[in-house]
Design a protein around this ligand. Structure first.
Ligand SMILES: *[C@@H]1O[C@H](CO)[C@@H](O)[C@H](O)[C@H]1NC(C)=O
Ligand SMILES: *[C@@H]1O[C@H](CO)[C@@H](O)[C@H](O)[C@H]1NC(C)=O
Ligand SMILES: *[C@@H]1O[C@H](CO)[C@@H](O)[C@H](O)[C@H]1NC(C)=O
Ligand SMILES: *[C@@H]1O[C@H](CO)[C@@H](O)[C@H](O)[C@H]1NC(C)=O
Ligand SMILES: *[C@@H]1O[C@H](CO)[C@@H](O)[C@H](O)[C@H]1NC(C)=O
Ligand SMILES: *[C@@H]1O[C@H](CO)[C@@H](O)[C@H](O)[C@H]1NC(C)=O
Ligand SMILES: *[C@@H]1O[C@H](CO)[C@@H](O)[C@H](O)[C@H]1NC(C)=O
Ligand SMILES: *[C@@H]1O[C@H](CO)[C@@H](O)[C@H](O)[C@H]1NC(C)=O
Ligand SMILES: *[C@@H]1O[C@H](CO)[C@@H](O)[C@H](O)[C@H]1NC(C)=O
Length: 889
């Protein structure tokens, strides 16, 4: 079934819609015909032949047409391996008007082909593709004909292609040949310019997608057409002067002279340029001076200010005829990556200065939101990015094993004030450097930088994920005599090509070659440092599952923590749709199958068992759901401890280390329903960690920890202004909801953007002063308050022993009453005793609680639930479950 029976009308229909949409940005000279919609799709031997949506991919089409089940169901990632081992052909038939064919130039444009394909129009090959991250266009005017035109895109199995490329590269290994068995993935993904995690990752399934994953269209024009516009504000520090560098990528039929007028009316800036567009595709740069630079309103990261923008209009005339007419948003901000000597410390600082102000990056790492990019809808993006902001994040790193995200992702980040650390898509591998590979990467880099550089959200480009570390610490057992070959390839790809292109294309933001890296020091050491994890330089990634995460001494006191984290399982309601009864135990085949990190399930329990009794209900389903819960408690507490350590290290140098200015935990989101390091589950449900992040990333934060049996509390402030704060510590007995005692520190000045110790007392002294308390019988909460005793920031807690050793902890028997409030539902809780890690869950009713996973030290408490679809008191009451630590054993 197609939406209209007649192809000709269909094309006209599309033409009309497209006109309305695009005409604001193109001129009368240009016509665009979308070829999106229903195409034919067939397998190599024709045994499968179906309708497929474009943009889309083979897997999605097969599922939508009922040929396969949900690929995420149970073990289907393995069952459906055959899909990517086959070759597939997409076909469409379309008509074009005589007027369109009469244009001087007609281009067939693919915004994204995944990945290796030949393109045929009316039986003639018009071109080939080999890189998912490139836009391709082919000149087709003379191939178009009256009536039906047949367009085929013949896709080669990416698995087969990768393996053939590997075979062709006989000179030396380009490791890691294959992923670990536990990932059940495909080999040699580093030989194909495609989402690297699509061949499996330690948090994701192997679905090597194939398809037309972005728009397809015809573009017809006379004279010239605008392929791309970018506008990058540049600040001249010595003149205190803004300019906007406007770059036009123009495709001109023949050399054309004309006039370009650029203006930002709101800033009284207007300039006209005489120009010549050379024939063919050319880059044309115009500099607009902002005469009123002192009035420019700046874009700020979330938590530091607003995100205002200005409209820039561009008009191009040739002999009085309007040939270009477009508008774009311009956001003004500066970014510097500061690497300079630090007093009292060897090495160099590593922090970002935005609009001249040092900013602590608080956030996480972003992975692809779905194996099938066509299913990453605007709603999915908005929900995830809003979740980041709602957890007080100001930064995300778009990790180098996924995709350069769609335009909307960056536009939302611009609007929400999320700073983006943008990797190039190379991860955890060595890569070939044959000319063909380098050439396609060069085009990829040019295109991506031009596409994305107008976004203020992107504050840094970074060449790859962990490839410097992989060479430096020999992940791939490369024999010493060969190491120089690999380092040479590394420098060729990331330094001599990618870095060079980025520096030519974009002067407005820094470039790093890798993450983790020692930055300027790595450069000194020939780009691959002896120890890229050195805490005195650059950024670090740090993972340990064996050491007790409650002990902050195990964490590196780094300049910038760009990756760290712990796994947990998603909630039962997320797993249920992709599993059946026999899967619902921690030791089921399903539970092992979904775990792609070697020994991951055991490691979670090992870490949890340091401080908690493991669930031991005799009822199997309860034991399973309790185990999911305890992994989330463990993860939330571990990442909290580590993040708070980084937050409080921002102003200090201790033993030569510190001045930490970033904490981006691994990872924000999930690609499917499985255990992973994420804080948001597939589908958008917040794990306990994400609720914790809302607190540990708040603008004002009290951090408590022990050093030599002394309790210290730091006040951490990300505000612009100074505060006077005191710490208020309340001691509770595990056995009783009435506080035992309360202590207050003196008021202390907490400068904006700093972390200062505010309370210090030996634990023994504190307990003695408090009367009937020991480490085993008591715990404490603490918060900050200002001189008028108004609380600033969240209330935090500190356990004086592991909860598994706590004496007096009882089943709290929490009861709840759900009521309808003004804009959300309220849940009023009543507890009979102290309850740690109180977790409210309403099954698959989508939405978010105002607070969750909290320590309940009061008899009554009210939280709200914001539902994302209509629901009712009755439905919520029916599905509401409440779990706290003492309920699982
Ligand atoms: C896919 O195409 C390649 C190249 O033409 C061919 O070698 C391979 O056998 C094809 N695979 C299938 C399953 O037909
Ligand atoms: C292209 O599509 C047409 C029409 O469906 C079909 O007849 C032809 O075999 C296809 N060509 C290729 C190379 O797949
Ligand atoms: C800034 O302006 C000064 C003075 O006009 C000029 O010499 C310098 O080259 C400019 N700097 C940049 C980065 O454009
Ligand atoms: C802005 O400054 C430029 C020179 O820097 C000048 O040519 C132009 O006339 C000025 N525009 C306005 C609106 O003041
Ligand atoms: C689990 O997988 C193993 C190995 O594939 C198989 O032998 C066993 O029957 C499976 N168990 C269940 C309960 O499905
Ligand atoms: C803890 O002890 C170490 C070693 O004696 C000392 O360097 C450090 O300053 C002490 N910390 C506190 C908070 O007293
Ligand atoms: C919770 O209920 C159980 C069973 O009724 C009871 O033994 C226990 O004392 C209650 N807990 C508290 C704190 O009252
Ligand atoms: C707490 O809740 C209980 C039971 O819902 C109620 O009887 C009591 O009055 C409440 N206490 C306070 C202080 O609100
Ligand atoms: C579960 O573990 C707790 C704590 O170790 C223990 O007291 C309890 O008896 C165990 N319950 C069962 C059913 O094994």
């Amino acid at each position: 079934m197609t939406p209209c029976g007649n192809n000709f009308i269909c094309v006209l229909g599309v033409l009309l819609c497209v006109c309305f949409r695009v005409f604001s940005s193109v001129t009368e000279q240009q016509r665009t015909v979308s070829l999106n919609g229903k195409w034919g799709l067939s397998s190599s031997d024709g045994s499968l032949s179906l309708t497929a949506q474009v943009p889309g991919c083979v897997h999605s089409a097969l599922q939508q047409q009922g040929y396969i089940q949900d690929p995420y169901f149970r073990f289907n990632d393995v069952s459906y391996q055959w899909i990517a081992l086959d070759n597939w052909t997409y076909t469409t038939v379309f008509a074009v008007s005589a007027q369109l064919r009469a244009r001087q130039k007609v281009l067939l444009v693919f915004d994204g082909v995944d990945t290796v394909a030949s393109v045929w129009l009316n039986g003639i090959t018009v071109g080939k593709t080999d890189n998912m991250f490139r836009r391709y266009d082919f000149s087709v005017r003379d191939l178009l004909r009256d009536g039906d035109n047949v367009l085929n895109v013949s896709l080669l199995s990416p698995v087969l292609y990768a393996s053939e490329q590997r075979k062709a590269h006989s000179a030396y290994r380009v490791p890691p040949e294959c992923p670990p068995d536990v990932q059940k993935g495909e080999c040699h993904v580093n030989f194909i310019r495609k989402e690297q995690s699509s061949f499996s990752w330690d948090w994701g399934p192997s679905f090597p997608t194939m398809g037309l994953w972005k728009d397809v269209r015809l573009e017809a024009f006379d004279i010239l057409q605008l392929v791309q516009i970018s506008s990058v504000p540049l600040y001249n520090y010595s003149r205190s002067q803004w300019t906007v560098q406007v770059e036009l990528l123009v495709d001109a039929v023949e050399t054309t002279t004309g006039q370009i007028t650029l203006s930002i009316p709101e800033l009284d800036s207007d300039q006209t340029f005489q120009t010549e567009f050379l024939s063919g595709k050319t880059k044309n740069i115009f500099i607009l001076n902002i005469n009123t630079s002192d009035q420019v309103k700046l874009w700020w990261p979330n938590g530091h200010g607003d995100q205002p923008f200005y409209l820039l209009t561009l008009r191009g005339f040739q002999d009085g005829l309007l040939i270009l007419n477009t508008e774009s948003k311009v956001y003004f901000r500066t970014v510097e990556l500061v690497q300079e000597p630090v007093v009292g410390s060897p090495g160099l600082s590593f922090y970002f200065r935005i609009n001249g102000k040092p900013v602590f990056l608080k956030g996480s790492n972003w992975i692809p939101a779905h194996s099938f990019q066509d299913q990453v809808t605007p709603a999915v993006l908005k929900n995830l990015l809003q979740s980041a902001v709602d957890a007080n994040m100001n930064a995300l790193r778009v990790w180098g094993g996924g995709v350069y995200e769609q335009d909307l992702f960056y536009s939302i980040c611009d609007e929400l004030g999320i700073m983006v650390w943008q990797d190039f898509m190379f991860a955890c591998a060595t890569y070939p450097t044959e000319d063909r590979f380098i050439q396609t990467v060069r085009e990829e880099v040019v295109q991506q930088v031009r596409r994305l550089k107008s976004h203020p959200s992107i504050i840094i480009w970074s060449g790859n994920n962990e490839n410097e570390a992989a060479l430096a610490t020999d992940w791939f057992n490369i024999p010493a005599p060969q190491k120089s070959t690999y380092i040479k390839d590394y420098v060729t790809l990331y330094v001599n090509n990618i870095r060079k292109i980025v520096q030519e294309e974009d002067q407005s933001r820094p470039f790093l070659v890798s993450s983790p890296t020692n930055g300027a020091e790595s450069e000194q050491e020939g780009w691959v440092a002896a120890n890229p994890y050195d805490p005195h330089y650059g950024d670090t990634h740090f993972y340990s599952y064996i050491l007790d995460c409650w002990d902050w001494r195990t964490f590196p006191r780094t300049r910038f923590a760009s990756e760290y984290g712990f796994q947990s399982w998603p909630s039962f309601s997320t797993l249920q749709p992709v599993s059946v009864n026999e899967d619902w135990s921690y030791n089921s085949n399903f539970s092992s199958h979904r775990q792609h990190h070697e020994a991951g399930n055991q490691e979670m329990l090992l870490q949890a068992a340091f401080h908690f009794h493991l669930p031991n209900s005799t009822e199997p389903l309860k034991r399973f759901t309790d185990t999911l819960y305890i992994t989330q408690v463990m993860q939330a507490q571990c990442v909290k401890t580590q993040t708070e350590f980084y937050q409080r290290s921002r102003s200090e140098i201790i033993e030569g280390k510190g001045r930490t200015m970033g904490a981006l935990y691994w990872q924000l989101n999930d690609i499917w329903q499985a255990p992973s390091w994420s804080s948001v589950e597939f589908g958008g449900k917040w794990k306990m960690l994400h609720y914790f992040a809302q607190s540990f990333f708040s603008a004002v934060l009290p951090v408590g920890f022990e050093d030599n049996n002394t309790l210290l509390i730091y006040a951490v402030s990300d505000l612009n202004q100074d505060l006077k704060l005191r710490a208020v510590v309340t001691v509770y007995s595990w056995a009783d909801l009435d506080p035992v005692c309360t202590l207050k520190s003196d008021l202390i000045l907490v400068p904006g953007g700093s972390a200062v110790p505010i309370f210090k007392e030996p634990v023994a002294t504190l307990l003695v002063g408090c009367g009937r308390c020991t480490r085993l019988t008591c715990l404490l909460t603490f918060h900050l308050e200002d001189p008028s005793s108004v609380q600033q920031g969240p209330t935090n807690h500190h356990f004086l022993c592991s909860p598994k050793e706590a004496q007096g902890l009882q089943r709290p028997n929490i009861t709840a009453k759900v009521q309808e409030g003004k804009s959300s539902y309220t849940v009023t809780l009543h507890s009979a005793s102290v309850a740690p890690f109180v977790w409210l869950d309403v099954g698959n009713i989508p939405g978010r609680f105002s607070s969750n996973g909290f320590l309940m030290v009061s008899r009554n408490m009210t939280v709200s639930f914001n539902a994302w679809r209509p629901t009712s008191v009755a439905e919520l009451s029916k599905y509401l479950t409440i779990t706290s630590l003492r309920d699982v054993y």
